[in-house]
Design a protein around this ligand. Structure first.
Ligand code: BGC
Length: 754
């Protein structure tokens, strides 16, 4: 047997000790308990029948029956308990609440042969019972700490309610507001989405997955799901390897680096191979290059959908392709449970491939501490669900997520002289739609409506509130419109709360028309004719095309779907208790025909200008309505003294970029300072700008802050024609400013390493 030399061994031990002291050793690979766990997993695998193994790889719907007939309810529960008892299922989704999930867990832990606990997964996307703003809105805070806080609160409530695993964060990059699921993303930028992805993983998973307030995260949807053609959900993705790796992969790399426990394979195909059987993306990139060693779950029936894709002959064929590619758990298609046993028995699929998947799933259950603590605690559930401090956090995040798009003559915040305000629109007295999509545990009764929140705050300010709905989301109402116009005439300021109802964004809710529905536009026009001082509050899950409003309404606030604290948060911003500082995480189009429109586009050989043969439209500007990163404040900021050091760098260097930012107004406020880079010449063409750093900074009225960014040059690379990550020597520009279209600029160069 070969032994390590004493010197080597001493050095090795010393190194380990130092790393342990520094807390830098990944406990998952180094601790003694880890090998105990491996042994326990091995011993379980030895004892498991093939059926039990495939059970562990199967996830099925485990929700409570919605049938009003008690007999039917009992039958459904008995069925679920039955599959858990015989070990035919490893995970349920759709099961909520400590009491109910404990019932299911008991069948697995106390009555099944090997007593393997269930892992209960759910879509805890932007809050559990305390619903926070939709993810796109949370991202608009440009504040990873707030995004992490939201995930922390969600994890605390979810785990107490028996959920061990959330199908979040959704970290698909989207350049297409037609896609309904843009609402679940962090927008269009790979770097920005990476920062938010890591923040959400940290928030969900907390310090240890074993903690009572942590859930395993699941980064989804792997990969490039946001690039579906035409903005249609589930649609074909055909992109270059450079776009795949430089745009869609980085958030997954960030999630893996943050220790994400699981990843979900996407519905779409990528360049001819569905994501769920894509060995190039799963095996080569995710497992091989990014080093992901957690488990992978399919999306809902995405395995058997490979029959529709035309990749698999039947469910058996689909199942073997998926498991071979490395998808460990089947969500709801039952193809593993129903078909893999024959293949293993007849030798066409090796037992090791099944065992590999089982091992990963069991590992997650051990990491979550489920073998020791399988049950939820109903007392803890009561204590933490919708706790006051959770609502306070939801209000804070919501207020900080609202983007001020226009504010002519300082119409907002509501000034002291205002005596009467008129609230119009379908969002005012509405306790449902502000929750937004994927608010499965959210309850309408928890929502502070716009009307309630505004009334409370107006009362404190001695203002009178009038209210008229004016119209429905997509239906005119002549009488309601008349009332709205009447109150608009009586008021000093009109606030129109318009937008999208909750179900008009989200999964399977893509749109070909992004205009504000006609009845709502008509309402705004009518109240504006009665009272020019009309501010529009847009409550949506995506950018809408609103050129008329941008041209004519004096003020516009994008308030998104803000969650349970809607009315309070909106009042915080409109009354100026909160100075808005949120910024757009997506480019805002003027017209749907401009899509895909995004800031980090390529230059083309004929960049658009006013001459004829350049890249543009003859009927619309080529520029967006609002650029990526855009948003106003109740105060103003000025940038000066941009400096970059060194101006001649090597790939190993870190650039220090400093800029002075002055609050030139009379209110304290936050500014989101954004740093972009352009690589002027590349071996493949480079985007006109790429976000590389940002920071939301509070600056007092009249004060100046010097903000410093450290930008490692090795982060300024891209994948070349051979799909190799390279940082190429040459000239670069750095831009620092308030959005992707404005800012100061400076030059630097990266020399070759020699
Ligand atoms: C969605 C996933 C979700 C899953 C479970 C699918 O339709 O694409 O994002 O996690 O359903 O609800």
């Amino acid at each position: 047997m070969r032994t390590r030399s004493p010197i080597c061994s001493a050095t090795f031990t010393l190194t380990i000790l130092i790393l342990l002291v520094l807390g830098a050793v990944n406990t998952r690979t180094a601790s003694a308990t880890d090998s105990d766990i491996d042994q326990r997993i091995n011993s379980l695998i030895e004892q498991m029948t093939l059926e039990e193994k495939l059970g562990q790889l199967t996830q099925q719907w485990g929700g409570e029956s919605q049938d009003i007939n008690p007999g039917a309810q009992k039958r459904q529960l008995d069925d679920l308990l039955g599959v858990a008892r015989v070990g035919a299922v490893g995970s349920f989704l759709g099961a909520y609440g400590a009491e109910y999930t404990n019932k299911l867990q008991r069948a697995a832990v106390e009555e099944s042969r090997l007593k393997i606990p269930l892992i209960i997964g759910n879509d805890v996307i932007h809050g559990y019972r305390t619903v926070f703003p939709v993810p796109l809105a949370e991202s608009a805070t440009w504040d990873p700490e707030l995004v992490e806080l939201s995930a922390r609160v969600a994890a605390t409530e979810a785990r107490a309610g028996g959920t061990h695993w959330t199908f979040a964060p959704m970290i698909d990059v989207s350049r297409d507001a037609r896609w309904g699921r843009i609402v679940e993303t962090a927008g269009e930028d790979p770097y920005f989405s990476s920062v938010m992805a890591a923040a959400r993983v940290r928030g969900f998973q907390g310090k240890s997955l074993k903690d009572k307030d942590a859930v395993a995260a699941c980064a989804k949807h792997f990969v490039a799901y946001g690039a579906g053609e035409g903005g249609r959900d589930y649609n074909t993705v055909d992109i270059s390897d450079q776009t795949l790796r430089d745009i869609h992969m980085p958030p997954f790399a960030a999630a893996v680096d943050a220790g994400v426990a699981s990843i979900m394979s996407a519905f779409n195909e990528i360049n001819g191979t569905p994501a769920t059987a894509n060995r190039y993306t799963i095996d080569k990139i995710l497992r091989g290059e990014l080093g992901f060693n957690g488990f992978i779950v399919s999306d809902w029936t995405s395995i058997t959908e490979m029959i529709n894709h035309g990749l698999a002959r039947d469910a058996a064929d689909a199942a073997q392709q998926a498991i071979r590619a490395g998808v460990d758990m089947d969500m709801c298609s039952f193809s593993y449970r129903d078909h893999l046993d024959d293949m293993v028995k007849n030798g066409s699929l090796s037992k090791e491939i099944v065992d590999r998947a089982v091992r990963r799933v069991l590992r997650a259950k051990f990491d979550l501490g489920l073998f020791d603590n399988p049950y939820a605690d109903p007392a803890l559930e009561t204590k933490v669900t919708l706790a006051d401090e959770h609502r306070t956090a939801a209000r804070r995040v919501a207020a900080k997520s609202m983007v001020l798009l226009k504010n002519e003559n300082g119409l907002l915040p509501l000034a002291d002289g205002v005596k009467t305000i008129a609230l119009v629109g379908p969002m005012v007295d509405n306790n449902h739609d502000p929750l937004g999509t994927w608010s499965l545990n959210g309850k309408d009764e928890d929502v502070v409506t716009v009307l309630a929140g505004m009334k409370k705050r107006a009362q404190a300010a001695g203002m009178k509130v009038l209210h008229a709905k004016g119209c429905d989301f997509a239906k005119e109402d002549a009488e309601a419109l008349k009332q709205a116009v009447q109150i608009a005439k009586q008021a000093d300021v009109v606030l129109a709360f318009v937008g999208e109802y909750e179900m008009s964004t989200g999964e399977a809710h893509s749109k070909a028309d992004l205009d504000l529905p006609a009845p709502q536009l008509a309402l705004i026009k009518a109240v504006m004719a009665a009272n020019k001082k009309t501010a529009v509050v847009l409550m949506t899950g995506r950018p809408l095309t609103i050129p008329f409003l941008v041209e004519n309404a004096p003020a516009i606030l994008a308030a998104w779907h803000p969650g349970v604290e809607c009315g309070n948060a909106v009042a915080d911003v409109l009354f100026g208790d909160e100075n808005p500082a949120a910024r757009l995480p997506v480019t805002w189009p003027r017209h749907v025909g401009q899509i895909p429109i995004y800031y980090n586009h390529k230059k083309t050989g004929r960049p658009p200008n006013d001459t004829r043969y350049t890249s543009k439209y003859i009927d619309q500007p080529w520029t967006p309505q609002f650029p990526f990163g855009y948003g106003l404040s109740y105060t103003t900021f000025e940038y000066s003294d941009l400096e970059v050091e060194p101006t001649s760098a090597t790939v190993a260097d870190t650039l220090t970029v400093t800029v002075k930012v002055t609050n030139t107004g009379s209110r304290d406020g936050d500014e989101v300072i954004q740093l972009y880079v352009r690589d002027l010449i590349g071996s493949v063409t480079r985007p006109v700008k790429e976000l590389k750093a940002f920071e939301r900074v509070s600056i007092g009225a009249g004060a100046t802050k010097t903000v410093t960014f450290e930008v490692p040059c090795n982060q300024l690379g891209f994948h070349n024609a051979e799909s190799k990550y390279v940082v190429e020597p040459g000239a670069f520009k750095v831009f620092v400013g308030p959005n992707a279209a404005e800012g100061l600029e400076a030059d630097f160069e990266i020399g070759s390493a020699e």
